[in-house]
Design a protein around this ligand. Structure first.
Ligand SMILES: [Zn+2]
Length: 486
């Protein structure tokens, strides 16, 4: 409906204009193009960042020193080289790295920025970073890139939409977990990311040695495998497929269409560690030593270990990716955030994965599996040194915010306590409701609350959110597990 422009409207427009200038939060968003290039053979990838609209200088370019769920500092800036920038009229701009931070000051006042370029030395990254899951990798026929290890952002533009363009060696298939296809495009690929977080928490995988399989299901599953030794992708894929089906059934919804397993089975480099896997929004990085490969010779114990590892990391696509406490999101990319709820991220996700798998087992097997897992968690707490056992949960979680895997006593104790808290809440809810409800109902409600509110929950609000869905008060259980352990 057309309307007359009166004085009030003009005033409102002027006010809006003033606010837009004064307040960067309502700055118009601009699309940013990230162009990733790799030529084989080579140690380095090249990046070019070009915003659709010019950026006013000076601006700050930042590369992460930590990543969601990493709970540690990883100096990705150490592997970034040759940062250059030009203005719209082709003028070379100054790019100065800060002495202490992973930041570069680009340009001077009065200039504009049309393009920023840099390289990342992937070989050096893998040599320097001893935890295989922290690092991207390059091999003669394979390049496996973790988004946060190579993509920098311009401070203030983290929420802007991104188009990723990949230029690979001629004929190399390219998979980006932003839009994964088993019939992967060759030589070039393109995908969209809603914002920097989505780009940073994705992987780019390419190469003639990359093996791709699709296994259909409610949520599609893509196995993207690079193996330096024998691996039965079909058999391993079956385990991942089962894990994804069970976990999806547990949470009930399908928040994403496809899950990508990035599986790397590597001949170990001396002094490097291959024990951790890493969750992302709708994918997981499994960088394992080649002896973890599934083959006809694999024992049922090995299969169970892989099944549980898949289920655990897939459960993270719900907890904490879609329900989380303070500190997890929004994320601080330069310093590992202090998080009070790692017991939820790691303990509740672990328990959800456990219950998801139990639901698919014959009753007696399920009970035995659950008992075995829970007694393992008790064993971790019982064998912890007194100073650690006597830490209140929040303090332990804060320690684990930085030390989770580097001093895995913090990681193990925080997940063990969290998982046992979840188990006790589950038992209590089942008992009080005569098995009509379980913790699963509470977690589904918590996920809905998080989706609606798009914000972290406060610890003290968690029992209320859980009891709304189950009718059972679990505050006593929460309080007991938040306290120092005897
Ligand atoms: Zn985990």
């Amino acid at each position: 409906m057309p309307h007359r422009i009166g004085n009030a409207t003009i005033l409102a427009c002027l006010l809006g204009l003033l606010l837009a200038v004064a307040c960067p939060a309502i700055r118009a968003q601009t699309e940013i193009i990230y162009e990733l290039r790799y030529s084989a053979p080579g140690d380095r990838v090249s990046m070019k960042i070009s915003p659709r609209a010019l950026i006013a200088a000076p601006a700050t370019l930042v590369i992460p020193r930590t990543y969601p769920g990493g709970y540690s500092q990883v100096s990705y800036d150490s592997f970034m080289e040759n940062v250059t920038a030009v203005s719209q009229d082709g003028k070379t701009l100054t790019c100065t790295k800060e002495a202490d931070g992973p930041r570069w000051k680009i340009g001077q006042k009065g200039e504009n920025i049309a393009r920023i370029e840099y390289q990342v030395d992937i070989t050096n990254m893998e040599n320097q970073l001893l935890s295989a899951v922290d690092t991207s990798k390059v091999r003669p026929g394979y390049l496996g890139l973790l988004g946060y290890s190579i993509f920098a952002y311009v401070e203030g533009l983290e929420r802007d939409p991104i188009t990723l363009q990949v230029r690979a060696p001629e004929g190399w298939p390219v998979v980006t977990t932003l839009d994964p296809h088993v019939e992967a495009p060759k030589s070039t690929a393109r995908a969209e990311a809603a914002d920097y977080y989505a780009l940073a928490d994705s992987e780019v995988l390419l190469g003639t040695d990359l093996q791709l399989r699709k296994l259909g299901g409610k949520i599609g599953l893509i196995m993207a495998v690079y193996a330096e030794d024998e691996e039965d992708i079909a058999a391993d894929g079956e385990l991942a497929r089962e894990a994804l089906d069970r976990v999806q059934e547990y949470f009930g919804d399908t928040p994403f269409a496809t899950y990508t397993v990035q599986l790397e089975l590597l001949r170990p480099i001396a002094g490097h560690d291959y024990n951790f896997s890493q969750e992302h929004i709708d994918s997981g990085t499994f960088s394992l030593s080649a002896d973890r490969a599934i083959t006809v010779k694999s024992s049922s114990k090995q299969r169970e270990t892989n099944l549980f590892n898949y289920a655990h990391h897939m459960a993270h696509s719900w907890i904490p990716k879609r329900a989380y406490g303070v500190g997890y999101r929004p994320f601080t990319w330069e310093m590992a955030p202090v998080i009070d709820t790692i017991w939820f991220n790691e303990g509740f996700a672990r328990y959800a994965a456990l219950e998801a798998l139990v639901a698919g087992m014959p009753a007696a097997d399920g009970r035995a599996f659950r008992d075995d897992q829970l007694s393992g968690f008790h064993g971790i707490i019982d064998s912890a040194p007194p100073f650690l056992r006597h830490m209140p949960m929040v303090v332990l979680s804060r320690e684990a915010s930085f030390l989770y895997s580097s001093d895995f006593r913090t990681g193990m104790n925080v997940f063990a306590r969290g998982a046992l808290m979840a188990a006790e809440m589950d038992e209590h809810i089942r008992l009080k409701t005569r098995d009509k409800k379980s913790l699963r109902d509470g977690l589904r409600a918590l996920l809905s609350w998080s989706a609606r509110n798009q914000k972290p929950f406060q610890i003290e609000d968690m029992p209320t959110l859980l009891s709304k869905a189950t009718g059972v008060n679990v505050r006593d259980t929460l309080d007991r597990w938040m306290a120092p352990q005897p």
